[in-house]
Every structure is written in structure tokens, then in C-alpha cells.
Design a protein around this ligand. Structure first.
Ligand code: ADP
Ligand code: MG
Length: 249
């Protein structure tokens, strides 16, 4: 299986502080990877650095995506290459509806105009799958959305953009059991439809039930502390992270 994402000895930080201390990770096409680790381990930082957030600076190593070195590329260029990051805390934008936001994002990523009718068809089909009322399409982006609705809007974006690799950062946090099921169904649909790869950052094994996990990475203090297959998720869920903690880090 060919590598889609290849990260080697990545160091990165914000301002003067190094937050990732030599992370290596690779994801093959169509694979599902899980990243776990306690709060503050650097999971969101890793996601943001892969996506090219200007908040962080890469100080060593590189990130190769689909055969191209993207270490210095801007986030929007990475999105055009097929990278996607769902945020732990989705932003709210007054004055832009969910539908406008998604259509614009799709046109940005593909570089093509899409007819309103074609877009609406695609949008409504995805919304139905996620049990979202159509009226949400015309509401301002995330404004007044509940935590669960915001997360569904993120998965909606995933289904519309169909990236090659999606990084989902705690998309399941704060969701009730039914919402987790719906979100999980959306992720499964993305995988089936596009054959895309996933990096799922999570504490919740429920979201993984519908997915077949290829590899698990445990992050601790900005380093990969352990790696394994799907069984590592169960192990960590039962026994916690303590034995993976980096001493003196
Ligand atoms: P996780 O997602 O695993 O809970 P984060 O990646 O959010 O952890 O954070 C890892 C560490 O990096 C934390 O100690 C956090 O305070 C720090 N950190 C994250 N972003 C910044 C930033 N922009 N500036 C300074 N420190 C940061
Ligand atoms: Mg986080």
C-alpha cells in the first residue's frame, strides 16, 4: 500500500516553545489511524501542524503528502491537495450561511464553480444522511448551533469536500450516544464513497465501532510513546495512558 502521508522526525512549536519533539508517522491510502493521548499531549497541535496552521512553526523534519513535500505550503494549498482538518472547537461566523460556506469551500478546494442546483442536491443528500434538518443550510455558520450540531456540520463538510485524508480532532467530544452514531455513519459513508484515509483523534471508542482501525498511535508530551493496531485502543481504554508517559519530558 502506498504512503499518502509521510511525516519524519517532525519538530514544531509555537513562538519559542517546542511542542512536538520528533514525531514520525505515516498513513497509507485508505487507512484509518487513531491518535490517542491525555490532555495536552500534543494531539491537536499535530493535527494543526499537518494542516499547516500559521499558529505553529515547523523547526525540523518534513511532511510529505501524496508524494509532495508540503512542509512549507499554506493551509489553503494543502486543502486543495486533499487534506482536511475538523476542529475540536468549530468556529462561528455570522453573516455566512452553512450552505454558502460549504459551497465556497468546495469551489476553493476544487478550483471549479459548481452550479447552485447541483450543489444543493449534494448538500441535501449529505444532510439527510446526518439527520440534519434542511433549514440548517440557511442558518449562519455554527451560530447558535449546539455542540452536537457543530460537529455534524464538520462531518457535513467532510462529505461535501471528499478529501484524500481527513483529520478529525475529537469530533465525538460532547456528543450524546445517538449523535455519535450519526457522526460515525457519516464518517463511514465518507470512507465508502471516497476510499479516503482518516486520522481520528479521540478518547471515545464508540466513534471507532463502525470503522476498521489499521493503526493506533499514542502521543505523550509531544512524542509518539507507543504504536500498535486496533487492539491498542481497547488496551488504553481499559488501562489508561500512564505506562506510556514520557519520563522527564
Ligand atoms: P491535546 O490536543 O493533546 O490535548 P494540544 O496539542 O492542544 O494537546 O496542546 C499540547 C501542548 O501544547 C499543551 O501544553 C498546550 O498548552 C500547548 N500549546 C498548544 N498550542 C499552543 C500555542 N499556540 N502556544 C503555546 N502553547 C501551545
Ligand atoms: Mg486537543
Amino acid at each position: 500500500m502506498s504512503e499518502l502521508l509521510y511525516i519524519e522526525n517532525l519538530t514544531a512549536g509555537a513562538e519559542e516553545t517546542e511542542l512536538l519533539h520528533g514525531v514520525s508517522l505515516s498513513v497509507g491510502e485508505g487507512e484509518t489511524h487513531v491518535v490517542m493521548g491525555h490532555n495536552g499531549a500534543g494531539k491537536s497541535t499535530l493535527g494543526s501542524v499537518i494542516m499547516g496552521s500559521p499558529e505553529y512553526k515547523v523547526t525540523g523534519g518534513n511532511i510529505v503528502f501524496n508524494g509532495e513535500d508540503i512542509t512549507e505550503l499554506s493551509a489553503d494549498k494543502r486543502a486543495r491537495l486533499g487534506l482536511f482538518l475538523s476542529f475540536q472547537n468549530p468556529i462561528e461566523i455570522a453573516g455566512i450561511t452553512l450552505a454558502e460556506f460549504l459551497r465556497n469551500a468546495l469551489e476553493q478546494v476544487t478550483g471549479k464553480r459548481i452550479k447552485l442546483w447541483d450543489f444543493k442536491k449534494k448538500l441535501y443528500a449529505a444532510m439527510e444522511l446526518l439527520d440534519m434538518d434542511k433549514s440548517y443550510a440557511d442558518r449562519d455558520l455554527n451560530v447558535g448551533f449546539s455542540g452536537g450540531e457543530k460537529k455534524k456540520a464538520e462531518i457535513l463538510q467532510l462529505l461535501i469536500l471528499e478529501p484524500k485524508l481527513a483529520i478529525l480532532d475529537e469530533t465525538d467530544s460532547g456528543l450524546d450516544v445517538d449523535a455519535v452514531k450519526t457522526v460515525s455513519k457519516g464518517i463511514d459513508e465518507y470512507k465508502k464513497r471516497t476510499g479516503g484515509a482518516l486520522i481520528v483523534i479521540t478518547h471515545n471508542t464508540k466513534i471507532l465501532e463502525a470503522l476498521s482501525v489499521d493503526k493506533t498511535h499514542i502521543l505523550s508530551a509531544g512524542k509518539i510513546a507507543a504504536e500498535g493496531g486496533a487492539e491498542l485502543v481497547d488496551d488504553v481504554t481499559k488501562n489508561g495512558f500512564e505506562r506510556f508517559s514520557q519520563q522527564g519530558a
